[in-house]
Design a protein around this ligand. Structure first.
Ligand SMILES: [Cu+2]
Length: 755
């Protein structure tokens, strides 16, 4: 691990980055097929800033047969959990903060979820098979890594370009793979091709996956759930969990004399992804992106410049499990099928509720790493981003017409940022980083109207649109961030790291500019899957967080045994939470109001590993992690919504020859701390056993295993409310109080061939 950092040709100051349990992979090495790994000499990738924690490449390879959800590759990183969503779109949570509170970058782009339910977050645009490297900043995020966020950061990259080594001539290679998972008949394939010389590289990476609805555990028992309002639903098959997606990137790169130019085109076509915790399903998501990058090595350091453009076309309506539009809860209505694809004519059902979101994002970033001395690096940078959003719901039957409902019209969110950061080795035992950042965020949205502008004021859509249109909606926020981190090598068996950060995030467009409290409309605006409706507030202020974080790292000098403990504390002023509106009631879904509140979170993450024994049967080891988070709204005294209960993971690892195997026990405590305002659902504790095995030949790798070995029935503690079937358009026409069940037992097998 140290070697990979040192080889970046950077002063030893960057050894600060080795704070981590996991090795930081050298991103400039591309392992493509049987090609020898080739370093982009002379224009070496900048080393991740201090505090980075990379998901080991071996773990990514081992999990990619087991999951198609890239966010879930982060499952073993201490402090990270996931909000359940669609099958390939879960939202990562770092220490209780999720979604837009985190900075998530894909190939250096700050992508924004274009959907009133955030169905298309940044990581949904990259398949696990195409992940080059994945880095998490769980504690203090350096200002150079990102602004406009108050929690940690996730940096995901597709594969770095490969080049031929000197004298190697032309190289051509690739990789092809496929997988199958039994529970939901999930299947997929991936293909990578590369052709390169010493100076030029062209590569294609593609992946496709699809799955049917999954089945909950305990499928042989009667698994019927009754909501507290008396409605019942069958729960063996978990409705609205199917998906189908394809992701592609085509990249060309040139290098020479310390310079690297890259151009990447990205394309996603997702025909459908159903959502068990939303009232709508994704029935079409198309993304096109262009990403240009320059990376140069100079005598003084390195310079990186990037320009990108992304266009998203997103379409929602009811998927097949929700098309009981005029049916009854007991299921006497007939489900409509097949799934209606974007642009296709309506299915056999009389009425759906089409919803469109369209956005374009354009960004430019420039960053320089200046080597001030052997011990000091100065980073300076600037970022510009321009985001445009239209969100409208075309007229359909059932009182939804004659006009389109304009949810966000001509939304704008523009961001300009400047930062500077200094990283230094003060002495052999002390290393430090400090940075300051300024972000100006300007937002605006145009005039709106509901389905009608005259006649009956159903759901107050006429009067509320009028009130919204009369407001001054142009907002400008001046946000200052500060982050400092120090690492002290106490002795050869103890490192101590501590940091402090002040971070600011401006509200997103849906938080500021959604305007209708009509239950039918408000329930369509929901990022958290709790089934409630949400109404925006133009006057929301940015969230301002103060975070203190420490890590104690005890280890043997060779780091074969490590125990880490990371306590943290965050105080958030103007935390954007939801508050009750008139008519609120317990034990049902409600329309809530976004409002600035005050919050605090604290917790601790433990992790560690140790070898157990080396026997004739192989090398045995133990890895473990335990996380606790407590989040509270200080204004109401209630718990924050969707905080993962105490959870732990214990792995027995086994390596012998080409075998690499894991037996894993995951335990999660019952969820009893809930947000009363959101009528959050309590969930029971559970324990799951997963088994994974892999065998590698020279060019072929085989992965197989079983997840949820004992087919336990369990509820996802942060998976939201179950809305996977029935008349979800009616706010309380579906059972309240049922959590989304997790997947039952699934066998999986996957293989990859390099050539
Ligand atoms: Cu959506």
């Amino acid at each position: 691990m140290k070697a990979s950092l040192a080889s970046c040709g950077r002063p030893s100051v960057l050894a600060l980055s080795i704070t981590l349990v996991y090795a930081v992979p050298q991103p400039s090495i591309a392992q493509t097929g049987t090609l020898e790994p080739v370093v982009v000499s002379g224009a070496t990738e900048p080393t991740p800033a201090a505090g980075a924690q990379s998901v080991p490449p071996a773990q990514i390879r081992s999990l990619r047969s087991a999951t198609s959800d890239t966010a879930s590759l982060l499952r073993d990183v201490p402090g990270v959990s996931l909000y359940g969503a669609g099958g390939v779109s879960s939202l990562p949570v770092i220490r209780g903060l999720a979604d837009d509170r985190l900075r998530v970058k894909l190939d250096g782009m700050d992508l924004i979820a274009t959907c009133p339910n955030h169905m298309n977050p940044a990581l949904s645009y990259i398949d696990p098979a195409n992940v080059g490297n994945l880095t998490v900043y769980a504690g203090i995020t350096p200002v150079s890594v990102g602004g406009d966020s108050i929690g940690g950061a996730i940096v995901a990259n597709t594969r770095a370009p490969a080049f031929a080594a000197p004298g190697q001539g032309n190289i051509t290679g690739g990789e092809v793979g496929a997988f199958y998972r039994s529970n939901n008949a999930a299947r997929g394939a991936n293909l990578s091709l590369v052709h390169a010389t010493e100076a030029f590289s062209i590569a294609y990476d593609g992946a496709w996956s699809r799955a049917d609805n999954y089945t909950a555990g305990g499928a042989f028992k009667t698994t019927t759930a009754t909501g507290r309002n008396g409605h019942t639903l069958p729960l063996d098959e978990v409705g609205s969990t199917a998906y189908r997606t394809g992701n592609h990137t085509l990249g060309v790169a040139f290098r020479g004399d310390g310079h690297l130019f890259e151009a990447r085109l990205g394309y996603q076509d997702m025909p459908y992804q159903l959502f068990p915790n939303q009232r709508m399903d994704l029935l079409g998501n198309e993304q096109q992106r262009v990403n240009l990058r320059y990376l140069g090595a100079y005598a003084w350091g390195s310079l990186e410049a990037r320009a990108y453009h992304e266009k998203v076309d997103h379409f929602m309506d009811f998927g097949p499990d929700k098309r009981f539009w005029y049916g009854s809860l007991s299921g006497t209505g007939s489900p409509c099928s097949p799934i209606r694809f974007m642009g296709d004519p309506a299915g056999t059902c009389a009425s759906g509720m089409p919803m469109n979101s369209e956005s374009s994002t354009t960004g430019v970033t420039v960053k320089a790493d200046i080597n001030l001395s052997e011990r000091d690096v100065l980073r300076v940078g600037s970022e510009l981003q321009r985001y445009r959003l239209d969100d409208w719901w075309p007229a359909s039957g059932g009182g939804m017409g004659p006009l389109s409902f304009l949810n966000i019209e001509n939304g704008r969110r523009d961001r300009t940022a400047l930062f500077t950061e200094w990283e230094t080795r003060l002495s052999p035992r002390w290393q430090a980083l400090a940075g300051v950042r300024y972000d100006r965020v300007r937002t605006d949205a145009g005039d709106v109207h509901g389905y009608r502008t005259t006649g009956t004021n159903a759901g107050n859509q006429i009067s509320e649109a009028g009130a919204f249109n009369a407001l001054d909606r142009k907002k400008s926020d001046d946000n200052w961030d500060f982050a400092a981190l120090a690492r002290h090598t106490h002795d050869e068996s103890l490192d101590i790291e501590f940091g402090f950060a002040h971070k600011v995030r401006s509200p997103n467009l849906y938080e500021r500019y959604t305007w209708s409290s009509w239950a039918m409309a408000a329930t369509m605006n929901n990022f958290v899957g709790d089934g409630n409706g949400y109404v925006g507030d133009v006057n929301l202020r940015p969230e301002k967080a103060y975070t203190l974080s420490t890590t104690f790292d005890w280890h043997t000098p060779d780091r074969s045994r490590v125990l880490r403990a990371s306590p943290y504390f965050t105080r958030v002023h103007d935390y954007i939470d939801a508050v009750r509106r008139a008519g609120w009631a317990p034990d049902q879904f409600n329309v809530l109001q976004y409002a600035n509140q005050s919050a605090r979170l604290y917790g601790v993450d433990f992790s560690g590993h140790t070898p157990l024994a080396s026997t004739t049967l192989g090398d045995w080891g133990l890895e473990g992690a335990l996380s606790y988070t407590n989040g509270k709204n200080r204004d109401t005294g209630e718990q924050l919504y969707n905080i993962m209960p105490l959870n732990a993971r214990l792995k027995l690892t086994h390596k012998r020859g080409a075998w690499d195997n894991i037996a894993e026990l995951v335990g999660v405590k019952a969820k009893t701390d809930i947000s009363a305002t959101r009528n959050e659902v309590r969930t029971s504790g559970y324990a799951l056993v997963n088994l994974r095995a892999s065998y590698s030949w020279k060019q072929v790798r085989l992965d197989f295993g079983v997840e949820n070995l004992f087919d336990r029935f369990y509820e996802l503690p942060t998976g939201g409310a179950y809305l996977g079937q029935g008349t979800t358009m009616s706010m309380n026409g579906v059972p309240w109080g049922i959590a989304v069940p997790g997947m039952g037992r699934t066998f999986y097998v996957g293989t990859n061939l390099k050539f």
